[in-house]
Design a protein around this ligand. Sequence first.
Ligand code: FES
Ligand code: FES
Length: 187
Amino acid sequence: MPQTTLPIELTVNGTLRGIDVAPHHTLLEVLRDDLQLTGSKECCLVGECGACTILVNGRSVDSCLVLAVEADGADVLTVEGLASPDGRLAPIQAAFLDQGGVQCGFCTPGQLMSAHALLAGHPHPTRAEIEEGMAGNLCRCACYEQIFAAIDQAASGAAPAVTGASVRAEAGDAWAGAKTSAEGLDQ
Ligand code: FES
Ligand code: FES
């Protein structure tokens, strides 16, 4: 029997997308499988780890817990939309690199999105606000101190203004390596 699909529209990283989705598919599945935006990671699928965090209408959500049909008409920001189109990293991305907040990289997309949402609401967060804002994002490499330092750095405006290309050159391709290892874990 053919599977029923429903048409929805999402604005994803600034681009309006029309998609036919299965009613039971999550926003995470649609982003990864239909739109090939695999930055958001699939891990616990029960809202515990934060690896799938994205912004929906400006609010951070676990995309594994949202049905795609529930997001019809929404404005969605994923980690792929953080850097500017010319490859310049967002300050929070540059700060993660600067502070060593990335090890295996699996949790990094979700951490970045939660940090981005935190800084949007609290441009100069206290340590307690950082800990509370990031409480839903687990890091099995235990980079918490480096991640918190990166958020502090981004909040202070001290992150270096670097492009993705120059960061990769300076950091021995650490960012690309982390991305690759994170994507490798999808397999
Ligand atoms: S995969 Fe969504 S919270 Fe873990
Ligand atoms: S860097 Fe967080 S899980 Fe590895």
